[in-house]
Structure formats: structure tokens, C-alpha cells
Write a new protein. Structure first.
Length: 513
């Protein structure tokens, strides 16, 4: 029978990485798995799972390579009083590689997150599959992936990549809702050596799968963190907006910001010239509670802006076109960004507020050949599928298929507002009159002057928001300064919205992925 000192000694072995390892990673500006958990969780709240588990592999020297916990800490705890399930891979043991028992701990953590209805947090730092364990390692990955899918849309899943994530290690994060990458981390399916051997391409770790690449180009990373501490702060901030599971509403707090506050600067924020850009983030900051906007995917597909904000203290999802980038046009990447975010918000009961200023889908062979039709259809699918309250504000341009896609009345928007600067039509006045009045313009002595007259007539009679309002497609035309109060009042009624009974029975739809 073990003595008390023996038990305590074994417990300390699960808490102390080797001193030389700690010194090395601290010099790199990184933390150990144990230190990461200490910074993330409330003091003394951690309940460990499988503390003393070890692998059962034999051969290839594995008999002498054993450590309690098998390279991953897992368990339950609280973050600012909120219950979570969490695992943290320990790079000090075999590079955080995933073997059978290592994977079983993560799989059980996901299962508990589902049973308890709490968010799942993963702190990843793994070189990939433990090759000494062969197919047992792959089996372990499969069991993690399967549970990630079961948890999708049921509990929030957040993963922070704090070191390497190679091979099979990338797919569990890819199945999560949000990925945070530190600047010293990287993700790729195959590393630079394999890339060179396979296709002759020479590339560095950072160029292939560095954090900045995934935050700006691939869109794999939703947040870019400067270091481990910053990543943990992002997790805590993100959790403050999220419900614990899909049966709860997002948590409201008292922000002290009057929901009926008006900002007169909104009345002049949209330039009179429809071709002149402006920063939609300034609009967001003035409409929603001060300092409450948490942007998601801030560095990816910047012609669209998505994120969480509060209105009257309660979280909402914000989706907006960004006129400061590519005139706010939709393209392949922004379509993916918007549709994925809308689907998450619908799954976890966030009202969606959409701010529209979109001239259309970006033209060109690159977009067409890349499948902009299929990707654009994702936005239509996501908004149409969403049953949460949907409020749309048309600020300026809303043309063609992009107008329909951006949460229009025709896709089930519950309340549609327009500013006096709104222009709603199949296309812009200039392009429209070139088609409608083609013959007249060809015969005119001064076609430029006549084109201006026709464009103004088209703008006055067709694109005006009052024309769309007369058809019932816009509920009200309001002063921009009134937007905050209008949205707040509408949400007070729409939060109790029920729509699922009107949907046809089916196993699931088939999105245009």
C-alpha cells in the first residue's frame, strides 16, 4: 500500500516538467503546459482526469519512455467562475506527440464537456502522431475527431495553438469553432522536408504554416496572439461572450451604456459620394456598447468584418461589409468568413445584426474559376438556415445578388432598416442606365451630361430606400443616429422568436461546401 509521501511524490511528477526543458522554452518566450493551465484557470479549480495514465506501447524503446499523464494534462476547471473542460498538451514528453492513451484523455475530456454542457478549451502543442505506436496513434486521432464533430454546435470549442501542430494534429483544431495561434506556433499537414522531397519546393516553417500565414491567407486562424499570455487572455475574453452550450443564451452584463444613446456623428459617417470609402468599424463602435466589439478573423478577408459586440449589455453577432477594402465587395474568402460565422451564431443563440454596404460579388476569372458562385451560395445558405433573430441595416449600396445574400428580407430577415443614403437595386445607377438607355446615349450629342441626368433619375426613382420600403422589403427608413435604439427595441421582442416549427422535417440540409 502506497504511503502518503509516495502518493505526493507521484503527484509532483505529473506537475514538474524537467528543469532544462523549462529553461529552454522560457528563453523562447513560451510556457509549459502546467503554467498555461495555471494562467487560464481560476486558482485551485482544476480537477484532473487520468493523472497517472501511461502508454502501453512496447518496442522502439517505448518501454523506457513513460511519464504520468502521457504528455497531456486534462480535466475540468473554471475560468472567471465559468465551468469548462480543458486539455493542455505537454511538449516536454515526446514532443506532445499523440498516442493511444494521450488521445483517450482528450476524447474523454470532450465527452465530459458534452455531458456537462460546458465549453471545451484545448491548448495544443504537439509534433503530431506518435509514430512508435503505429495505427493505435491514428485510432486515437480518429476518436478525438469523432467527438469534435459530436460536440459541434452543442458546446463551444476553442483551441489555442501554442507550438507545433503537424500532421493529424491539425484536424481537431480545424473542427473547433475558434483557433488562436501564437506567433511562435505553426500548423501544417506536411512539414518543409516532406514538401521539398515531394514537390521540390523549399519553404520555411513560417512560410508554410506560420501563425501570420494562417491568420491572413488561409483563414485557418481566427485570432493571432503575440504569445501564450495573450492567447490565454483572448480565450478568457471570448468565453465572456459565449454561452456554455446551445441550450443557453449568451451571458448579459451591465455595461453602463444607455441602449438609446444616439451618436450624431453617424449621420455624416457615410460619404455622399457612393464611390468614397469609409471604415465600417467606426460605425460598429458607435452603434454598439462602447468598447465591446471583439472582432473575429480580423486579418483575413478584410473586405468583410465579423465579430461579437454587446447592445444593452447582451451579446450579438455583427456581420458587416467593409467599404474601405475592395469597396466591400464579396468574394470567395469573405463568403467563407461570413457564412461560417453566421452558422456559429445561429447554433449558439446569438441575434445577428448585419450592416450592409455591398456593390456586388467581386468579378474576374480568378474568382469565377475559384468557385465564387459556390462560395457565395454559402452566405445565402447560412442566413436562410439561421432561425435566431436577424436584423439588417442597409447603410449605402445593396446591389444585385449581394443585396439578397446579405440577410435581406427575402432570406428571412426579421427586421430591415435603411439609412437615407441606402441604394437598393439590381445594379448601380451608372451601370443600369448604360443598359436601359443605351440607344439614347449613343444618339446623344452630349452623352456624358445625359448619362448624369438618367443616373440621377434612376437613383431618385429606383435605388431610393423608399422604393424598397414601398414594396415591404424595408421596414423603416431611419436617421443613422437612431440605429442603436431601433435595434435594441427590435431585439427586445425578437429574442423570444420561434421559427423551427415552420421548417420542413429533414435530417439535415446540404450546404454548398
Amino acid at each position: 500500500m502506497s504511503s502518503f509521501p509516495d502518493i505526493l511524490d507521484k503527484r509532483m511528477q505529473t506537475l514538474r516538467p524537467p528543469e532544462d526543458f523549462l529553461k529552454k522554452i522560457h528563453e523562447q518566450g513560451r510556457l509549459s503546459a502546467h503554467e498555461r493551465l495555471e494562467k487560464l484557470l481560476d486558482k485551485d479549480s482544476f480537477i484532473p482526469l487520468h493523472r497517472y495514465i501511461t502508454h502501453r506501447a512496447t518496442g522502439f524503446g517505448m518501454e523506457t519512455k513513460k511519464a504520468y499523464g502521457d504528455g497531456v494534462l486534462a480535466g475540468l476547471g473554471t475560468v472567471n467562475g465559468r465551468k469548462i473542460a480543458v486539455y493542455a498538451q505537454d511538449f516536454s514528453f515526446m514532443g506532445g506527440s499523440v498516442g493511444e492513451m494521450h488521445a483517450s484523455k482528450i476524447a474523454r475530456t470532450i465527452e465530459l464537456a458534452l455531458k456537462l454542457g460546458v465549453p471545451l478549451i484545448g491548448l495544443n502543442d504537439s509534433g503530431g502522431a506518435r509514430i512508435q505506436e503505429g495505427v493505435d496513434s491514428l485510432k486515437g486521432y480518429g476518436e478525438i475527431f469523432y467527438r469534435n464533430v459530436l460536440a459541434s454546435g452543442v458546446v463551444p470549442q476553442i483551441v489555442a495553438i501554442m507550438g507545433p501542430a503537424a500532421g493529424g494534429a491539425v484536424y481537431s483544431p480545424a473542427l473547433a469553432d475558434f483557433i488562436i495561434m501564437t506567433r511562435k506556433s505553426y500548423m501544417f499537414i506536411t512539414g518543409p522536408k516532406v514538401v521539398k522531397a515531394s514537390i521540390g519546393e523549399e519553404v520555411t516553417f513560417e512560410e508554410l504554416g506560420g501563425a501570420e500565414v494562417h491568420a491572413t491567407k488561409s483563414g485557418v486562424a481566427h485570432f493571432l496572439a503575440e504569445n501564450d499570455d495573450h492567447a490565454i487572455e483572448i480565450i478568457k475574453t471570448l468565453l465572456s461572450y459565449l454561452p456554455s452550450n446551445n441550450t443557453e443564451d449568451p451571458p448579459c452584463i451591465d455595461t453602463g451604456d444607455d441602449p438609446f444613446r444616439e451618436d450624431p456623428q453617424l449621420d455624416s459617417i457615410v460619404p455622399e459620394d457612393p464611390l468614397k470609402p469609409y471604415d465600417v468599424k467606426e460605425v460598429i463602435d458607435k452603434i454598439f456598447d462602447k468598447g465591446s466589439f471583439l472582432e473575429v478573423h480580423a486579418l483575413f478577408a478584410t473586405n468583410a468584418v465579423v465579430g461579437f459586440a454587446r447592445l444593452g449589455g447582451c451579446p450579438v453577432c455583427v456581420v458587416a461589409n467593409q467599404p474601405a477594402v475592395a469597396a466591400g465587395s464579396l468574394d470567395i474568402d469573405s463568403a467563407d468568413k461570413i457564412s461560417r460565422f453566421v452558422m456559429f451564431c445561429d447554433a449558439f443563440n446569438f441575434p445577428i445584426v448585419t450592416l450592409v454596404d455591398v456593390p456586388g460579388f467581386l468579378p474576374g476569372t480568378f474568382q469565377e474559376h475559384g468557385g465564387v458562385i459556390r462560395h457565395g451560395a454559402k452566405i445565402i445558405y447560412a442566413y436562410s438556415e439561421a432561425t435566431v433573430p436577424k436584423i439588417t441595416v442597409i447603410m449605402r449600396k445593396a446591389y444585385g445578388g449581394a443585396y439578397i445574400a446579405m440577410s435581406s428580407r427575402h432570406l428571412g430577415a426579421d427586421y430591415v432598416l435603411a439609412w437615407p443614403t441606402a441604394e437598393i437595386a439590381v445594379m448601380g445607377p451608372k451601370e443600369a442606365i448604360e443598359i436601359i438607355y443605351k440607344k439614347e446615349l449613343e444618339k446623344a450629342q452630349n452623352p456624358e451630361e445625359l448619362a448624369k441626368e438618367f443616373a440621377e433619375k434612376y437613383r431618385r426613382e429606383i435605388t431610393t430606400p423608399f422604393f424598397a420600403a414601398s414594396r415591404g422589403y424595408v421596414d423603416d427608413v431611419i436617421l443613422p443616429r437612431e440605429t442603436r435604439g431601433y435595434i435594441f427595441k427590435a431585439l427586445a421582442f425578437l429574442r423570444d422568436k420561434r421559427e423551427k416549427h415552420a421548417r420542413p422535417p429533414r435530417k439535415h440540409g446540404i450546404p454548398p461546401v
